[in-house]
Design a protein around this ligand. Structure first.
Ligand SMILES: NC(=O)c1ccc[n+]([C@@H]2O[C@H](COP(=O)([O-])OP(=O)(O)OC[C@H]3O[C@@H](n4cnc5c(N)ncnc54)[C@H](O)[C@@H]3O)[C@@H](O)[C@H]2O)c1
Ligand SMILES: [Zn+2]
Length: 351
């Protein structure tokens, strides 16, 4: 077999991350000492890729966002004690964003911090969740309320994991890929517009290049603003209304973010004169993401104002000056309330 793996180094403020692109899971044994490492994964990934985990110490979690909580972190810590993990142990999160967020979190607090790395297995984790060092758990309805920012030592990409990824998870990943394109890169946007979920899934080379482009796009934003004082907030495009919808309705994260992006694009049209916002709707539908939301404006607005991005009577909203250029734009709450209500009525009429 030809070895196509490439290593790049991403430099953050006080640490660097080794990123192994187009690698294989087997390479993990070269990065860590098997006897002194513990893998954290979930039941879905473990049962679909069982042979890969042979001879490793493994902690297997129940899958899903509902388990991204402190109770799971405590259970992992109990098992680490069982494995006699110490300050020299490396934790490896092999999974989607739930697994990587939990692994980074536990590695940050166990014995005041031990080494960790990730093998992202979902498209979303490959292009988003495993990059940037944010980790943590949810508390009740508050997503990611508790956690820290700490970079992994390494990321190992093995694209063969994607062979078992369910369809809905492909769309979830593409929601974030489309987000990156909207706020950062017009040429990526064009590429997405000229393709579709089906065409990209069939073209391994194209898929690989999109994943790798997104690793670079997200890393570049994080490098400039690791601790989210400014530009990192751009990554919240579509997430403000998105999170409010996600807590109120039965939607996946990607679906909610897609609806949030359509709203933010409409708002950008109203406030900043964004052109061609219809292309955003077009692109989302090509990746099997929803674009029309019928929602209770008052209820959703009330949740939306509880968002972390609220600053007294204003909300920092991520808008688009043009496709490929996101900006952070403060909007007064009373004005935003009117916009949300107008938009929700438009969607009702449009149905
Ligand atoms: N830290 C960050 O910066 C950051 C950024 C974005 C998202 N996140 C977090 O990431 C999480 C969402 O990530 P996600 O969508 O990967 O969720 P996830 O980990 O729940 O994975 C989604 C589903 O896909 C399954 N799965 C994963 N890889 C698979 C594979 N190769 N084959 C078959 N099934 C597979 C999982 O078992 C799960 O059922 C959220 O908790 C979110 O808050 C974090
Ligand atoms: Zn997201």
């Amino acid at each position: 077999m030809i070895d196509s793996m490439r290593k790049i180094k991403q430099q953050f403020s006080n640490t660097s991350v080794d990123v192994y692109l187009d690698g294989t899971f087997n390479h993990l044994s070269k990065l860590v000492d098997k006897k002194n490492a513990v893998i954290i994964t979930d039941e879905n990934i473990f049962s679909l890729h069982r042979s890969k985990f042979r001879n490793w110490n493994v902690i297997t979690l129940k899958p899903g966002e509902a388990f991204k909580i402190q109770l799971t972190a405590d259970a992992i810590i109990e098992q680490l004690i069982g494995f006699e993990a110490d300050r020299s142990t490396t934790l490896i999160g092999v999974g989607g964003g739930v697994v990587t967020d939990l692994t980074g979190y536990v590695a940050s607090i166990y014995m005041r911090g031990i080494r960790f790395g990730f093998v992202p297995t979902s498209l979303l984790a490959m292009v988003d969740a495993s990059i940037g060092g944010k980790n943590g758990v949810d508390v009740g309805a508050y997503k990611n309320l508790v956690g820290s920012i700490r970079q992994p030592s390494f990321l190992l990409y093995d694209y063969s994991f994607l062979k078992t990824l369910p369809d809905i998870e492909w769309s979830n990943g593409f929601a974030e890929i489309i987000k990156h394109a909207c706020i950062l890169d017009h040429s990526s946007f064009k590429l997405l517009l000229n393709n579709s979920l089906q065409s990209i899934k069939k073209d391994k080379k194209l898929l690989t290049s999109i994943i790798e482009k997104n690793v670079l796009l997200k890393s570049s934003v994080v490098k400039k603003d690791e601790f989210e004082k400014g530009d990192r907030k751009l990554l919240n495009f579509g997430h403000t209304l998105g999170h409010a919808l996600e807590t109120q309705y039965e939607l996946t994260h990607g679906q909610a973010v897609a609806l949030g992006m359509v709203f933010a694009a409409w708002l950008s049209e109203q406030m900043l004169g964004l052109k061609k916002s219809v292309e955003i709707i077009q692109v989302l539908s090509q990746y099997k993401l929803p674009t029309i939301a019928s929602f209770d404006a008052e209820r959703v607005f009330n949740i939306l104002t509880m968002d972390k991005k609220r600053v007294s009577d204003k909300m920092n909203f991520v808008l688009l000056e043009k496709i490929g250029k996101g900006v952070i734009h403060p909007i007064k709450l009373d004005k935003l309330e009117k916009y949300v209500s107008t938009y929700s009525n438009l969607n009702k009429v449009g149905k």
